[in-house]
Write a protein that binds this ligand. Sequence first.
Ligand code: ATP
Ligand code: MG
Length: 210
Amino acid sequence: MGKVIAVANTKGGVGKSTTAVHLADWLSREREVVFVNASFQEGVNPWLKELSIPSCQETDPDNLLDLLEDLSSEYIIVDVPGVSEMVRVVLDCCDAVLVPVKPTALDLSDCVKMLRIINRKQKSRKELHAAIFLSMVDKRSNALQDAQAYFKKHRIRLLDTYVRQLQVIADAPLQYQTVFQMGSNAKQASKDYQSLFEELLAMFTTKGVE
Ligand SMILES: Nc1ncnc2c1ncn2[C@@H]1O[C@H](COP(=O)(O)OP(=O)(O)OP(=O)(O)O)[C@@H](O)[C@H]1O
Ligand SMILES: [Mg+2]
């Protein structure tokens, strides 16, 4: 089994699938990648096909672990639905979990549930990396600063990188592209994702990361 990176949050609509497809596309430029869609939603499947990213869909938690163990690609990206049981199954075998969190009051308080599941799992799986980042950040409001203060107060480590709320990111699946292919309009979005993924991969090489 290759390195398994799960993109997960028990909260819906936070950018999991969008992030997972961008991560798979970014990695696939230099690495062998397979995408596992563990949700019932099929929206990402044609997008992945157009991007020529090998993918499969497995929505049964009982079968998912077997499938992941059988895959031999260097990187396995799992788009995990916001179902607690599915999240727990994936956390049993993944190397890292990337958690997008929207900087709104409701999302912040809901993400505590997800972080509790991860913390509990890390007690038995010390090697499990957790990378939490702010997603869909609207720079015109104070949401970013408020969310960063919230995480600091709760002593939860956030990645330095956040991803802005940008129309070009929302448009990407409609064009069956990722922002990396969308030219000068997508410069900021590409920068955000590249920085996020570099910070994520650095976790595998940095000692002492939680
Ligand atoms: N950074 C962003 N800027 C603007 N729109 C975004 C961004 N990230 C995601 N979106 C849009 O937000 C919506 C939700 O994103 P996405 O489907 O990736 O979330 P999800 O967490 O996978 O949702 P679900 O829980 O339903 O699986 C989509 O319409 C997507 O295009
Ligand atoms: Mg999704």
